[in-house]
Design a protein around this ligand. Sequence first.
Ligand code: PMP
Length: 422
Amino acid sequence: MSSSLDVDQFYETVIEKYNRHINPSLARLMSFAGFGAEIRAEGCYIYDHEDRKFLDMLGGYGVFTLGHRHPKVVEAVKTQLDKMPLSGRAFFSPVAADLAEKISEITPGNLDFVFFCNSGTEAVEAGLKLAKGASGRSKIVSTHNAFHGKTLGALSTIGKEKYRKPFAPLIPGVSFVEFGNLEEAIREIDSTTACMIIEPIQGEGGINIPPDGYLTGLKAACAKHGAFLIADEVQTGLGRTGKMFGGDHDGAAPDLMPLAKAIGGGVMPLGCLVGTSEIWEATFGKNPLIHSSTFGGNPLACAAGIAALEVIADDGLVEKSRILGERLLLGMKQIHKNHSDLICDVRGRGLMVGVEFSLDEVSELVVPQLLKRGVCVAYALNNPRVLRFEPPLIISEKQIDFALEAFESSVSETSELLATLV
Ligand code: PMP
């Protein structure tokens, strides 16, 4: 773009098209927060229409584990693009076979089978369907504040009324228990239960970490009654929390594990459900097409997935997440101490860190302040008081320190602003 007028006009045109054709209310929200139009991205940075660069501390809610456009993933996708991007749907796909093998190698317990799809919500849908199909039961136990996706099945298990209510009635037989309360879950899981679905750490619920032994206890309760445990690792999976999977902190192997976001290497959309031979036998064993997806397991996405898993292993990204996560958490705890008037809690594991403000409106004010300082973040969908920090695992110490400095001064300026209002 040649002049600042062109740049402004370009931005206005994009917003106008959002207003006319995509989602006017969302457009208002995004422009109020100060988000520009994204044009390109590289590593830990996103560049907007004015070519301003933003350190991506949001990481696409867990998509950009490898950063943006990781060269090895881009190369794998380009190579596959020149051979065969999409599946003919009748032949065997060697690329899907290779990725399924790799996923089964890194997942815990006897999670040996993989169903490929394109997103987190589809992976959850598959999990709920297979749990119901394999158990022959219909009751599903979920948790308050849970987030599992917004298609009708997954939506039925979201622990937030405001998203469910407008679309009622949803799947019948879903009950909700308090996240982290093992006793309540044990009381709710019974011989009519098909599955309990749980995030090892609630992401959209506000980075909520359950007590030690929670997942192991849930698994035992499910096993006792012949129910299945679904650990939704869509956001926590593949190193985000400083272990390969969020559930690894507890050592609990679930029966079903939806994955998405990071598995596509930050280059392709990819989701999958990983499960046991018992569940596959009881569902696909009876009808191999009982559940399917046209684009699921397409060669382009699978090539990205294989490259992503290789980079995570070769570059030690899980360990990096643990170490750098400690630096980020420690820095945030210090900022909490300095600003205990506005911040009421800081919590996290690995590079999945949440900062909770004492008042609802604060995060809405802090986000534009951070953007002004070149840092991109967002609040948690089910808990807007919590700003979540989920940067790429390739982030450097220097970049973390930059984000911490920007955050501290953003909180200070917000605090001053609020003081003038009272
Ligand atoms: N499960 C979890 C734990 C998630 O965090 C999300 C998305 N934030 C989903 C499922 C849904 O994923 P998608 O938006 O790809 O459908």
